[in-house]
Design a protein around this ligand. Structure first.
Ligand code: SAM
Length: 209
């Protein structure tokens, strides 16, 4: 397993993942896609597309990294995608990505998603977040601030590693969000998220209330 993956799995909550991703950014795509056949972005984008949102919908990709999710969304016809991430190195890899002569992302914003997000309420029509809820990354309660930026009925699709999903009781927090009428949980599904490495994860599909 690559050193960066080991470093991430031993990250403590008090540590910032920013420098690990800055250092990994150059070979992140090759490492994950070619060596491990990382399929979480495809699973999440397929789930997002089930909502059949109009192609002009504005979408936020939280923890967009190098833009693998954005590329897949653009291939499915979405061209109003913004991305936010804490790592400048990862954002620099996402910036040049193009689909049909157009940049995949309209805006790429460097932001720490554990803090207040500088986006108005209900600004986006849908959100997707793949691989960013984990130890030393985002915790369940950071979802509140993300959901604030999504319009009523907007699709919300997450994908996360099972280890943190269980350890940090994400299912309990999802239920709490449902009780607070912040979202309606539609389904949670277990999937391995790398084809060449045993890595169970969870797809979470919801709709903003
Ligand atoms: C495993 S990568 C996933 C990237 C991309 N979504 C993908 O599937 O390839 C996790 C991403 O979350 C970002 N991240 C972690 N903690 C963050 C935070 N507090 N605020 C914003 N982004 C964060 C990292 O910089 C990294 O790009």
């Amino acid at each position: 397993m690559a050193g960066h993956l080991v470093a991430l799995e031993t990250l403590e909550q008090a540590d910032s993942p920013e420098s690990i991703y800055d250092q990994w950014s150059d070979d992140y795509d090759q490492n994950l896609m070619e060596h491990y056949q990382y399929i979480a972005p495809k699973i999440a984008v397929d789930a997002f597309c089930e909502f059949q949102q109009p192609s002009q919908s504005s979408i936020i990709d939280y923890g967009c990294g190098t833009g693998i999710v954005g590329e897949l969304l653009a291939k499915r016809g979405y061209h109003h995608i913004d991305g936010m991430d804490i790592s400048q190195g990862m954002l620099d890899q996402a910036r040049p990505k193009m689909e049909n002569g157009q940049s995949v992302y309209q805006k790429l914003i460097k932001a720490d998603l554990t803090q207040t997000i500088e986006t108005p309420d209900e600004h986006y029509e849908g959100m997707i977040c793949v691989g960013s809820f984990a130890n030393g990354h985002l915790q369940p309660w950071h979802l509140d601030e993300m959901l604030r930026t999504i319009r009523m009925d907007g699709p919300v699709v997450l994908f996360m590693n099972e280890q943190f999903y269980l350890k940090d009781n994400f299912p309990g927090y999802f239920e709490h969000l449902g009780k607070q009428r912040k979202w309606e949980l539609i389904r949670q599904q277990r999937h391995n998220y790398m084809e060449a490495l045993e890595r169970p994860g969870w797809l979470v599909v919801a709709r903003r209330c």
